[in-house]
Ligand binder design. Sequence first.
Ligand SMILES: [Fe+2]
Length: 307
Amino acid sequence: MAQQSAESGIAVHHGAASLDVSPLWPARLDHIGMATPDPAALAAFYERVLGMTVSALPDGRHLLAAPERRLIIAEGDARGHDFSAFALADRAQLARCRRFIEGQGAALLPSPSPLFGEDAFAVRDPDGRLAVFGLRAAAGEVGASAALPGRLQHVVVASARFPQMMAFYRDSLGFLVSDTVHADDGKGGLGEVNVCFLRADPEHHSFAVFRAPKSQSDHFALDVPGWDDIRRWADHLASHGVAIWWGPGRHGAGNNLFFMVKDPDGNNIEISSDLETLPKGAAGKSWPAGGRALNLWGPVWERDAPA
Ligand SMILES: [Fe+2]
């Protein structure tokens, strides 16, 4: 159910009460698994530019680690995003989540990540990507030196199966819906949902899905402490010849400051700060088409434009 504000055109919608008891709360994005045709080259970029330490995993994949950000890079197609790994609070919550997700009819698969304990599990989403749930292994942080602070905070995908993806992450996995962005219904009102921001703790989103002609990775974001760090990151990236291609700006949905750059494969990396928080059970906003949901300050990234 949604009530639309006459002044802004932005509606506040009310989450389903049943999901306020989601067993996934609280969960945080912990690391992601990426793929590339040239893992060594991509790992070298993340080491040099994002201040991450490279180490080899027993199966040949590369682990990139710095405080609060970890990536696993495997050989595969360019811009591959194989899995998103979410850390839960403790063993009891992990068991509750496993029962809940299994109860929704999802098939449980082995975790593809060595960074979680052995009781971690995975489920395959409608686009074929894995969502992984587990507890951080006791080994803790690898890689002590980072050029600048930045916590891996959210990951976003584009999907040609948008309705199925939104339903899967919300209903089968238990993420809560924060904001949604809608197509125009032809009468200036809210049409079908085109973007869904999802959370599993008070941070506005740790995962989001955009409707798109092709299912593919979209971006991941590092959360930095404040505006000064946005400036420091921009200067740092510039010193490595990495140019901003979108921003700086402020997203309407999530209200975070941002800019975006690309790695050598074309993966989009967002530097973000001041993401809003939304307590469990709080209503998100429903945004009309028109771009303000994506950038209050300037132009938007038109994801459905031909590549
Ligand atoms: Fe983002």
